[in-house]
Write a protein that binds this ligand. Structure first.
Ligand code: ATP
Length: 561
């Protein structure tokens, strides 16, 4: 329950809005009650006057109650319209605020803190769970508050005419408004866990299945995943059916309770009429009022069911969002003007939860303008250095300075202004070449883009495509070749014009000639850059000023160059 209690503090700005929506919902319910209450009296009163002779007909004032009926009818329409408008808008605002809060909590965790979470699961929390919590006001709180406020008022109004009828109504409302939702809630609490877990699992599996289908999976493996997915879907359907059956049963029992209570009110009112405590038109008035009063109770079992799922959704969202980032942001961040050197001293690092040291008392100095190849067997920690430099993971000992300042005192945004990285596993968005370039540098001009693409050796290819910069690259660059995608990633970071570049296997997948062209272009276009090039390819080394090998967790000058 604790995470759901945080909701009001997260949605302060829409609180007044939601209170107004709830007030309108109460007003609509009261208008409905007033409409039927008065209509019952008016119809019965008119009928009695009609059969009681001319004098009674002339004495009967139809104008005032008819105006009242019209007033309540108009009020009901307007307040219902206002309620729907305000509460739905409010729910959307709550969802928006929640998603924005989620993003602000999750972003600092990326990428290291999110590695262990599957994409589909995160998406499920980010979309379905926030949707459910966003509906909390409209689908759970609103029906309950309306039931309490309007239910009490209905009973009080009834009590003015007949305390016994009010007692019948109060008993019926309490039974169907408290006991039935309580029972549905007990069942829903259990089913909600199964439903939410299965929903999330299915979404995650589906995301993985879609991402992995096609060229990666053998048909047999796809079939196996498909069978697993179908089985889980069937299980999910069973839980859904059970949930729907519980809600239908509760609705049916509410209707039964409405009928029984109305009959009881009819009996009590008739009895009061015989004893001259009530006039004849007041009998149908009370019965119709009783029938309308139950309108506010009917949504409660469903609201209680939803509450079970919302509580779980809030817990899941809270768990994902409140995980602290592996590296805390600096308290007093610095913004260095220069980044003339990189000084790594006595660095010791291992991944959280791992016993294996990636770096152990490692030291390295790189001066501005150098082009350094970082080499070493697979798994020695070359790519890990990027993770450390960008403060994705904390190191256990040593220091890392960029210019005069410790990188621990810099925000990742500041680091990104000085260093650009073309990672080994890069990402391209499903858009055009231009879209992807502009994502790297939104202010870039057409000339800048063309220059960066030319340096990356992509101009010939683009000139020969019918759409040039508007060529679609597909999801993850699926519609272009691996080498083109890698060079597009290189062009992206060239566009950012940072003084330091780190390229992780920049020429992987390129033929020897293209590799040479790209590296020559790069050095000509950016003679002043400081370059760290992680590579397994010897052909890259002649373009570097020195090579460093990572061995036994330390940096060693390499003889290869
Ligand atoms: N997120 C992680 N959590 C735990 N261990 C990791 C993580 N990432 C990498 N490792 C481990 O750290 C070691 C170094 O990995 P790294 O990717 O830095 O190697 P590399 O030298 O770049 O390899 P390659 O040349 O194959 O790209 C490997 O043993 C790897 O299993």
């Amino acid at each position: 329950m604790i995470p759901l209690r945080r909701l009001p503090s997260l949605t302060k700005s829409v609180r007044l809005y939601m209170i107004f929506g709830i007030a309108l919902a109460c007003l609509a319910a009261l208008a409905s009650f007033g409409l039927l209450f008065l209509s019952g009296w008016l119809l019965a009163g008119a009928a009695v006057a009609g059969i009681s002779g001319v004098a009674a007909q002339q004495a009967f004032n139809i104008l005032l109650p008819a105006t009242g009926v019209r007033f309540f009818a108009m009020l009901r329409i307007l307040s219902r319209y206002g309620e729907k408008l305000i509460t739905h808008d409010g729910a959307l605002r709550v969802m928006g605020q929640l998603r924005s809060w989620c993003y602000h909590c999750l972003a600092p965790q990326a990428p290291a803190g999110l590695h262990n979470r599957r994409g589909g699961d995160l998406l499920s929390r980010f979309v379905t769970d926030t949707d459910l919590i966003g509906q909390h006001y409209t689908s759970t709180l609103l029906p309950y508050i309306r039931a309490v406020v309007c239910g009490s008022l209905f009973v009080l109004i009834m009590a003015i005419f007949s305390p016994q009828a009010a007692l019948c109504l109060a008993t019926g409302l309490l039974f169907s408004g408290l006991i039935l939702p309580y029972i549905t809630g007990l069942i829903a609490d259990r089913l909600a866990v199964t439903l939410t877990t299965l929903h999330s699992q299915n979404r995650t599996d589906l995301a993985d299945l879609i991402a992995a289908t096609g060229e990666y999976l053998a048909p047999a493996a796809t079939r196996h995943l498909h069978i697993q997915f179908t089985e889980k879907q069937l299980k999910l359907n069973r839980s859904h059916r059970l949930m729907a059956a519980t809600e239908s049963a509760a609705r049916g029992l509410t209707t039964l309770c409405t009928t029984v209570t109305s009959l009881a009110v009819l009996l009590v009112a008739t009895n009061s009429f015989h004893k001259n405590y009530l006039s004849l038109p007041e009998v149908p008035m009370l019965v119709l009022g009783c029938l309308t009063a139950f309108d506010i109770i009917t949504p409660l079992p469903a609201a209680r069911q939803l509450l079970s799922r919302t509580k779980l959704a809030a817990q899941r969202l809270y768990d994902a969002c409140m995980t602290p980032p592996l590296v805390a942001a600096p308290i007093h961040p610095v913004h260095p003007d220069n980044a003339d050197f990189l000084e790594i001293s006595n660095l010791s690092f291992r991944y959280p939860g791992s016993e294996q040291w990636i770096f152990r008392h490692a030291s390295l100095n790189i001066q501005k303008g150098e082009r350094v190849a970082l080499i070493g067997p697979s798994g020695t920690g070359k790519s890990s250095l990027i993770q450390i430099l960008f403060r994705f993971y904390p190191f256990e000992a040593g220091s890392c300075h960029l210019g005069e300042h410790d990188i621990c005192d810099m925000q990742s945004e500041t680091l990104a202004e000085k260093i650009s990285v073309a990672p080994q596993n890069f990402h391209l968005f499903n858009g055009t070449v231009r879209d992807n370039m502009l994502l790297a540098s939104p202010q870039a001009t057409e000339a800048d883009i063309m220059q960066a693409l030319q340096t990356a050796g992509l101009t010939d290819w683009l000139n020969n495509t019918p759409h040039g910069l508007e060529t679609a690259v597909g999801n993850e660059g699926f519609q272009i070749s691996g080498g083109q995608a890698r060079r597009l990633c290189l062009a992206q970071i060239l566009l950012r014009k940072t003084p330091w570049l780190i390229l992780d296997e920049p020429t992987e997948g390129l033929d020897a000639e293209t590799e040479k062209t790209v590296l020559t272009n790069l050095i000509q276009a950016r003679p002043d850059m400081t370059l760290i090039c992680i590579t397994h390819r010897r052909s890259v080394l002649p373009f570097m000023t020195r090579a460093i090998q990572i061995r036994n967790g330390q940096f060693h000058p390499a003889e290869e160059i």
